[in-house]
Design a protein around this ligand. Structure first.
Ligand code: GLN
Length: 614
């Protein structure tokens, strides 16, 4: 295991450790390649967050050679489609050298796109008529990966063109089988140029990072490869990327990779990073000797093998399960509604989820919900703490929603705005259907409030249009006698607000207590110019702004009308100064009621905490 604290330090040490590794030889079958400095050595790693680490000669230019094959194969898939490309080449490891004449008997299809034969065919398939057009397409395509225009090493190109008789023979053989059409010299020339494109280890690591990042360059945010093609390209890299050492490579290092005789290796850990090493001393199979050593060491030190199960998802993602009878939304309702919800709230089940929804964790959710929904009408699914939903997890969840809908259950999903792909999948699946799952609630509290409203409605109780017409309906007025009620009524001033209007603002001095006669208001904290957090809400029959009973207080939250609102405002100072002797009794009553109400709220909060922590 790694003991260093900084990854940069680790890379520097790795470079030092393997710089002494001698042996191997610079490729010389392309004469110009034999002129490179054999001891050049650089490492680069780019994370899917776009963080770049470099050590040694990470900015030295060298020719990309075979590494181009993986990326050009991706371009061929993009330009012609998977099927057309498959008709011209297989994806089976050949177990033979990169320059072998490994063609399928009968059809002449190259075994895979990572050997020269397959690569020349892939080059012939990228868009473009003439060799120059294809090359332009390839340079454009690579620029999306690297974020910069790459150049061609003309000397290396000419050197290979003039001596590449074996590749020329392969191209003509492919022409014989009609796998290449037209003049085989044209794709061959584009292939030679493509191999002579100059890159640095930093470029390659970034290209690898784009593959690791589902096809998107993590620094420029430009898409280099359509998402569905990314696993295709990584597959052939995993099975055929290191020539006839591919099986050993995946066994030992465990990352899709591609090497080139220019001395480069790029390795990809999907979802994590792209890693590149440059060191032109090659082993007998044509792979960079130090490149293999570096990748092997890093994979072992960190346990980076792609088939290593780094995390299991079998632990439950269910954070809390309760019914709407056990936990209420933060909307304070009139007493009758509250009583009804306590009695009938069991009809709605709330499931709060947390962490990552992948296949197995979604399966747990799905079976838990299916078992618990028998006698219920509503499901509220809280995704606000879910960090990710992968495709299998999302599909399973969507199937669950469909099943619930089939049984006539209503579904409300909170926090789906953070999971765009899942939300789209649900929208598509339920398009045009009656009672699709409700996806609009960004917070859990409003989702629960929505379901509570439906439960009240189904019992014929007034919901949005509820009026606390009489003062004695206000819980703060419990036990007031008629003369006290009359005195209070005298002191109240009616006020009206439109939906969306602010009633008070955080920081204002608190000088009025409000009785809510009609409508709903929310108390929220403004987090920044765009976001606020709803602390709670009040429905008709409730009082808010009670801190005004006590001198010198300021508002600690914004109060905003959620609907058209009618209020009765009490000036506590006017009550305190009132000459009538009964006013003192009234004031005491109101304060005593306030204390009692707050105790009730505290008791309710405690029982909810008990449910949420069980
Ligand atoms: N241009 C080289 C060739 O075709 C590429 C081979 C390689 O990098 N393995 O021989």
């Amino acid at each position: 295991m790694v003991k260093t604290t900084s990854f940069q330090h680790y890379l520097d040490q790795l470079l030092e450790r393997f710089a002494s590794l001698q042996g191997g030889a610079v490729a010389n079958y392309i004469p110009e390649l034999s002129t490179v400095e054999p001891d050049g050595f650089g490492i680069a790693l780019v994370t899917v967050d776009g963080h770049v680490y470099q050590a040694g000669d990470s900015r030295t230019a060298f020719t990309i050679q075979s590494i181009s094959k993986a990326f050009v194969y991706g371009m061929a898939l993009e330009d012609r489609g998977v099927e057309t490309v498959a008709a011209r080449m297989d994806v089976e490891p050949s177990g033979e050298a990169f320059n072998s004449i490994s063609l399928e008997p009968g059809t002449g299809r190259p075994r895979n796109p990572m050997i020269n034969a397959g690569a020349i065919v892939a080059t012939s398939l990228v868009k473009g008529e003439a060799a120059e057009d294809r090359l332009e397409r390839i340079l454009d395509g690579l620029e999306r990966y690297t974020g910069r225009r790459l150049g061609i090493n003309e000397a290396v190109y000419r050197s290979e063109r003039d001596t590449g008789h074996r590749n020329r023979a392969i191209a003509h053989l492919l022409r014989n089988y009609d796998i290449l059409q037209g003049d085989p010299e044209s794709p061959l020339d584009a292939y030679f140029r493509q191999c002579a494109i100059e890159v640095t280890a930093r470029d390659l690591a970034l290209m690898g990072a784009a593959l690791a990042n589902d096809g998107v360059n993590p620094i420029t945010a430009v898409r280099a490869l359509p998402s569905p093609l990314v696993p295709r390209v990584l597959s052939v890299m995993a099975t055929c990327g290191m020539y006839d050492w591919s099986g050993n490579w995946i066994f030992e290092v465990g990352m899709p990779a591609k090497s080139g005789v220019g001395g480069g290796i790029v390795a990809v850990l999907p979802g994590q990073f792209g890693l590149a090493v440059y060191s032109p001393r090659l082993d007998p199979k044509g792979n960079s000797l130090r490149g293999i050593a570096v990748c092997r060491a890093m994979s072992r030190d960190f346990g980076m093998h792609m088939l290593r199960v780094s995390r299991t998802t079998t632990h439950s993602v269910i954070r809390a399960t309760y019914t709407a009878a056990e936990v209420h939304s933060n909307l304070l309702r009139d007493e009758r509604s509250t009583r009804h919800l306590r009695a009938e709230g069991h009809r709605a089940l709330v499931i709060e989820l947390t962490g990552e929804l992948m296949f197995v964790s979604a399966e747990i959710v799905s079976s838990t919900v299916a078992a618990a929904m028998k006698d219920r009408d509503w499901l509220v699914l809280d995704l606000t703490r879910v960090t990710a939903i992968d495709q299998p997890g999302g599909s399973l969840l969507t199937a669950l929603l469909e099943e619930l809908q089939g049984h006539g259950k209503g579904v409300v999903v909170a926090g789906s705005d953070r999971h765009f792909a899942f939300r789209q999948a649900v929208r598509t699946r339920f398009h045009g259907q009656e009672r699709p799952p409700r996806l609009d609630d960004t917070d859990m509290d409003r989702a629960l409030e929505f379901v509570e409203d439906r439960i009240l409605e189904s019992a014929g109780l007034p919901v949005q249009d509820f009026h606390a017409e009489r003062l004695e309906d206000q819980p703060l007025c419990r036990g007031l006698d008629p003369s006290e009620l009359a005195l209070l009524a005298e002191l109240l001033t009616p006020r009206k607000f439109q939906a969306g209007e602010r009633v008070c603002r955080e920081g204002d001095s608190a000088d009025r207590v409000y009785f809510l006669k009609k409508g709903r208001v929310s108390a929220s904290l403004r987090l920044d110019s765009k976001h606020d957090h709803r602390l709670g809400a009040y429905a008709a029959g409730w009082v808010f702004g009670e801190s005004a009973f006590f001198e010198g207080h300021r508002r600690t939250a914004d109060i905003v009308a959620d609907t058209a609102v009618e209020l009765l405002a009490l000036d506590p100072e006017a009550l305190a100064r009132h000459p009538d002797a009964a006013a003192r009794g009234l004031r005491c009553r109101l304060l005593a009621n306030l204390a009692e109400l707050n105790f009730e709220r505290l008791g309710r909060a405690n029982s909810e905490i008990r449910v949420l922590t069980r």
